[in-house]
Design a protein around this ligand. Structure first.
Ligand code: IMP
Ligand code: MG
Length: 188
């Protein structure tokens, strides 16, 4: 087991340090605001939340417990990273979708939307499978980095400029997802 202390030191040795950006209290406010919007918009429907692993599991876990009077299902997918692939490349499912999305109101849950490629491909995929609607809830959104206009999230916890952030599900080489605040990674 690598300890929290060791994780921090490892990153520091690589020439980076963390700067706290969103406290757990601020994150809770953002999540509650997103949950309230979704609860209002989806009254009387039975949405299917599709959580994009790995990063979104922390946000999703908080979000679904803040929904008010919504009957919903929650499922998970994991897709391949697309580095080196063309934008028309096939989406590779590492954990495939278990649920039928035909005629369902799908809400994709993401940790962060950057270029928007992941969301662009997922939306096309779910529409192709016959979803009645596909919307996106993302804890964070980098509007300056967006390259796919249809990937602007419908529900956003917080916008961020072009910086790398970690914690609250977001990783740095696989680690630090367990931090309860969100930190900006800065070069030391
Ligand atoms: P996109 O397909 O370019 O929108 O990339 C979205 C994915 O990139 C997210 O789901 C994250 O896994 C990863 N990502 C983008 N920016 C960050 C960041 O600042 N910290 C951690 N992961 C990030
Ligand atoms: Mg992700």
């Amino acid at each position: 087991m690598i300890s929290y202390f060791n994780i921090m030191r490892t990153i520091d040795e690589q020439g980076y340090h963390f700067e706290e950006w969103l406290t757990p209290q601020q994150i809770a406010q953002d999540v509650a605001q997103v949950a309230n919007q979704i609860s209002a918009d989806y009254q009387g429907t039975e949405p299917l939340f599709v959580v994009v692993l790995n990063g979104a599991f922390v946000f999703a876990s908080d979000l679904i417990r803040k929904l008010k009077d919504i009957r919903c299902e929650v499922t998970f997918i994991r897709v391949s990273s697309y580095f080196g692939m063309s934008t028309t490349g096939q989406l590779q499912f590492i954990v495939p979708l278990q649920q039928v999305v035909e005629n369902r109101d799908v809400i994709i849950v993401e940790d962060i939307v950057d270029s928007g490629l992941t969301i662009h491909q997922l939306k096309a995929h779910f529409r192709g499978l016959g979803a009645s609607s596909v919307r996106v809830a993302s804890m964070l959104f980098k509007p300056n980095k967006l390259e796919y206009n249809d990937s602007k999230p419908d529900y956003v916890g917080h916008e961020i400029t072009d910086e790398f952030v970690i914690g609250y599900g977001l990783d740095f080489d696989g680690f630090v997802r367990n931090l309860d605040a969100i930190y900006k990674v800065k070069e030391s």
